[in-house]
Design a protein around this ligand. Structure first.
Ligand code: ADP
Ligand code: MG
Length: 706
C-alpha cells in the first residue's frame, strides 16, 4: 500500500484501499461527502454520539426526541404515490407501539432489502405525521442479540446524505470504516504536532488520542477533551499560516518609505483642517505613519464606524505621500461616492498646490487623456475614482499609496494589479465602515494589520431609531414634513435586491409616486437616484440633494455607502425586513452626520419572521456598529458575512468563530508567542510544528519561509 503514497503518508491513501470500500462506494463517498482519502475519512467527524446499547420504546417517543433508535418487527412495506411523490412506506412494531418508515429515494434498493417479519434496528431523525412517529430515510440493520451485545454506549453518528443511506452506505457503515481506519493508524501516522509546553499550558489531549476519542470516546468527558484539542489544532494552525504569510511578506516585500512630513501635510494641517482630529484619527494616523516609514509594504485594514471620519485619515495619508514625492489613488465602489470624495477633497484643498483628478466612466475622452498623461508624468498627486483607476491603461510615474474606500473585499487580484503599478508596490489602506467582529478579523483577515476607529467626532447625537408598521406611513411622512420645516432633509430608501429585478424598480417607482403625492411641488422637491439611471442624471439628482435644492432623496441602496449630507436628519427605510443588519446600519449611517438630532424609521409589514423581528429589535436598541456586527455574525454565521464567503480561512470543521472566541484568542496568543521566540520555527522543541506544516504541503507556502 505504501507504494502508492506519494510522500509516504498513509493518510494520503485513496479511500478504496480501505477494506469494505468498493470502487462504487468510493465513488459515492467522493461525490456525496467529498471523502477522497484516509485523511478525509478521519476528518469526517461525528456530530453526536448515541448510546446504542439501549433502544427507545416506540410509545415513549415524543416530539422532544430529536432522534429515535428503535428495534422491532417489520409488518408491512408499501409503495405509495405516483411520479415525484412516489415513496416507500414501511411499518415497524415493538412491544409498545408502531412507527412508520419512509423512503423517497433508492426505493427499489430498499424494497428488495426489506423482509416482512424480520427484526430490524433503526436509527434516524424523528418526525411526527398526523400524531404518529415517523422516520424518513432511517439507518437500518438486521437486529440480533449478538449484534446488540457488541454495541458501544457512545456510537458515533456521522453526517450523511439521503443518497448514501438509500444506497446502503449508512452511518453505521461509516462508523465501521472509521473504526477500521483508526485501527490501522499508529501514533507515527498521527504524530504530535504541538510542542509539549503548549499541551501542558492549554491542557490539551495528545493528537493521536484525540482522533481516537473524537470518533469512539470511552466517555463523554473524553469526547469533550478530544473536541477541544482538535478545535485548538484548527485555530492554531490557521493563525500560524496567516502569521507566516504576513511575516514572509514583511521579509521579502520592500515598501516605499514615507519618512518625512513636509509642506503639503503641514500647510493643510495648520491652515485648512476644518476641525481638530479625534483621538482615534490621531492614533490611526500614527499607526499608518509607522507602517509607511518602515520600509515594508503596508497592508492595513481600517475599520471605523459610519461617520467616524475615515476620509480625513485617507486625505492626510495622501498628503504625506505627496510630501515624499509619491502619487496616491483613492478608490470608491461607486461613481457617486468617488465624485463626492473628489468634490469634498478639492474643496478642502482649495488654495493649495495639490493636483487632484477624478476618473470615472463618465469622464470624456479629452479630459481622460489629460488625466492619464498627468498620472504618467507625475504632475498628478491624487487620483480619485472607481476601481477603473487601477486598470492597465492608467500608468503612474511613482505611485506610493492606494486607499480603497468601503470595500473590505478588495481582493487578491486587485492587489496583484496594484503591485504592477510600481517597481516597489504601493502601500494599501483598505477602509471599511462595516465593522468586522474581532474574531472574524483575526481569522479572515488575519494576515492584514488592522486599525480601529472606535470614536465619533464630538457633538454627534445618537440616532433615534424606531420600527413602525407600514400602515403608519402617513404619520411618518408628516414627521418628515416637520423636519423639512426645520430646514432638514430626508432619505427614503427602497430595497433593491437585484440590480436587474423589474419588480424592485416597479416598487421604487410606485413609492416615488406615493412620496410625490405627500410632498407636492413646488413646496417640496424630490431627488430620485437608482442604478439604472445614466451616470450624469444620477450625479445631477445627487448633487441637487447635496446642495439642498431638493429636500427628499428617494433612492435604492446605491446611496448605501459613504454618501455624506450632514443636513439630512431622517432616514426612512421601506421594507426594512428585506435588509441585513450591516446594510441597515450602513443606511442609517447616512444621517446623524451633522450636529442635528437624527432619526431612522424602519418600516415593515406586520407579518415578520422571527429573524426579521430580531434584526429590527437590535437596530432600535443600539447604534454601535461593532455590536451590530457581532449580532450579524451570530445570526447569519461567518459564511454569509459580505466579503468573507470566499475565504477558506474561516471554514473550520470543528471550531466556530462565533462559539469558540476564547479559544481563538488562546490560539492566537500561542502563535504570537511561538513566532516571537522562534520566527523560523527552528528550535528543537518546535520541530513537530514544522514537520506538520511540511506534511501539509500545498496548504502553506512553506518553501518560501523555510
Ligand atoms: P466615514 O468614516 O463614514 O467615511 P466621513 O469621512 O465621511 O466618515 O466623515 C463624516 C463626517 O465627519 C464628515 O462630514 C467629516 O467632515 C466629519 N469629520 C471627520 N472628522 C472629523 C472631526 N475630527 N471632527 C469633526 N468632524 C469630523
Ligand atoms: Mg466614508
Amino acid at each position: 500500500m505504501c507504494t502508492i503514497n506519494s510522500n509516504n503518508n498513509i493518510l494520503n491513501t485513496p479511500i478504496e484501499y480501505l477494506t469494505g470500500i468498493s470502487a462504487q462506494r468510493g465513488e459515492l463517498l467522493r461525490k456525496e461527502l467529498n471523502i477522497h482519502t484516509f485523511h478525509d475519512l478521519l476528518h469526517h467527524f461525528p456530530f453526536r454520539h448515541v448510546d446504542k446499547t439501549k433502544v427507545d420504546a416506540i410509545a415513549s417517543l415524543t416530539p422532544s426526541n430529536e432522534y429515535a433508535y428503535v428495534a422491532g418487527k417489520l409488518l408491512s412495506v408499501d409503495l405509495v404515490g405516483e411520479g415525484r411523490s412516489k415513496r416507500l412506506v414501511a411499518k415497524l412494531k415493538d412491544n409498545t407501539g408502531f412507527i412508520e418508515l419512509v423512503w423517497f429515494q433508492g426505493i427499489s434498493f430498499i424494497e428488495k432489502m426489506l423482509v416482512i417479519g424480520h427484526q430490524y434496528l433503526l436509527f434516524g431523525k424523528l418526525g411526527f405525521f398526523m400524531g404518529n412517529p415517523q422516520i424518513a430515510h432511517p439507518e437500518i440493520e438486521l437486529f440480533s442479540a449478538e449484534k446488540m451485545a457488541g454495541k458501544a454506549s457512545l456510537e458515533p453518528i456521522y453526517p450523511s446524505t439521503e443518497k448514501l443511506k438509500s444506497r446502503g452506505l449508512s452511518g453505521t457503515l461509516l462508523a465501521k470504516f472509521t473504526a477500521a481506519l483508526l485501527s490501522k493508524l499508529s501514533v507515527q501516522d498521527l504524530p504530535e504536532n504541538l510542542p509539549a509546553n503548549l499541551l501542558s499550558t492549554y491542557k490539551l489531549m495528545g493528537r493521536y488520542d484525540a482522533y481516537q476519542q473524537i470518533h469512539f470516546p470511552v466517555s463523554e468527558k473524553h469526547y469533550q477533551h478530544a473536541l477541544r484539542r482538535l478545535k485548538f489544532d484548527e485555530l492554531f494552525f490557521a493563525q500560524l499560516r496567516m502569521q507566516l504569510i504576513k511575516l514572509e511578506r514583511n521579509r521579502f516585500s520592500r515598501g516605499n518609505i514615507f519618512d518625512k512630513v513636509g509642506a503639503y501635510f503641514n500647510t493643510f494641517y495648520n491652515n485648512h483642517l476644518p476641525f481638530t482630529l479625534t483621538n482615534a484619527q490621531k492614533r490611526v494616523l500614527k499607526e499608518i505613519r509607522k507602517d509607511t516609514g518602515s520600509g515594508k509594504q503596508m497592508n492595513r485594514l481600517l475599520q471605523g464606524d459610519v461617520g467616524s471620519g475615515k476620509t480625513m485619515v485617507a486625505l492626510l495619508c495622501m498628503l504625506i505621500a505627496a510630501d515624499n514625492n509619491f502619487q496616491s489613488v483613492l478608490m470608491a465602489p461607486t461613481e457617486i461616492l468617488a465624485t463626492q470624495h473628489y468634490n469634498s477633497i478639492v474643496e478642502m484643498l482649495q488654495g493649495m498646490d495639490v493636483k487632484v483628478a477624478l476618473l470615472t466612466g463618465s469622464v470624456k475622452t479629452k479630459n481622460r487623456r489629460q488625466i492619464l498623461q498627468d498620472a504618467a508624468d507625475g504632475t498628478l498627486h491624487i487620483l480619485i475614482g472607481t476601481h477603473a483607476v487601477i486598470e492597465d491603461k492608467v500608468q503612474f510615474k511613482n505611485i506610493g499609496l492606494a486607499v480603497v474606500d468601503e470595500q473590505h473585499k478588495f481582493g487578491v487580484a486587485q492587489r496583484a494589479q496594484l503591485r504592477e503599478k510600481n517597481t516597489i508596490p504601493p502601500h494599501v489602506l483598505v477602509m471599511t465602515a462595516t465593522p468586522i467582529p474581532r474574531t472574524l478579523a483575526l481569522t479572515a483577515y488575519g494576515d492584514l494589520d488592522y486599525s480601529v476607529m472606535d470614536e465619533l467626532p464630538p457633538g454627534r447625537k445618537p440616532i433615534v431609531t424606531t420600527h413602525r408598521n407600514e400602515t403608519a406611513r402617513p404619520q411618518v411622512m408628516d414627521f418628515i414634513k416637520s423636519e423639512i420645516a426645520l430646514g432638514r432633509q430626508a432619505y427614503i430608501i427602497y430595497p433593491l435586491i437585484e440590480e436587474s429585478s423589474k419588480l424592485d424598480y416597479e416598487n421604487l417607482m410606485k413609492g416615488y409616486e406615493e412620496v410625490k403625492s405627500f410632498f407636492p411641488e413646488p413646496k417640496y422637491w424630490i431627488s430620485m437616484v437608482h442604478g439604472k439611471q445614466p451616470p450624469e442624471l444620477k450625479e445631477t439628482n445627487m448633487q441637487r440633494f447635496v446642495s439642498g435644492d431638493t429636500q427628499i432623496m428617494v433612492s435604492t441602496t446605491v446611496i448605501e455607502v459613504g454618501v455624506n449630507v450632514p443636513n439630512a436628519s431622517v432616514m426612512v427605510i421601506e421594507s426594512a425586513e428585506k435588509f441585513g443588519l450591516s446594510q441597515l446600519h450602513q443606511l442609517r449611517g447616512r444621517v446623524g452626520r451633522g450636529a442635528e438630532k437624527s432619526y431612522c424609521v424602519l418600516l415593515t409589514g406586520s407579518k415578520l419572521s422571527n429573524d426579521a423581528r430580531e434584526r429590527m429589535g437590535i437596530m432600535v436598541a443600539t447604534n454601535d456598529g461593532f455590536k451590530i456586527a457581532e449580532k450579524d455574525l451570530e445570526i447569519r454565521g461567518p459564511g454569509e458575512i459580505e466579503g468573507t464567503r470566499q475565504s477558506g480561512a474561516i471554514n473550520f470543521r470543528l471550531a466556530s468563530i462565533v462559539n469558540d472566541k476564547a479559544m481563538l484568542e488562546f490560539a492566537r496568543a500561542a502563535v504570537e508567542e511561538l513566532l516571537t521566540a522562534d520566527a523560523d520555527i527552528e528550535m528543537e522543541a518546535h520541530q513537530c510544528i514544522k514537520n506538520f506544516l511540511i506534511s501539509q504541503k500545498g496548504k502553506t507556502k512553506w518553501s518560501k519561509i523555510a
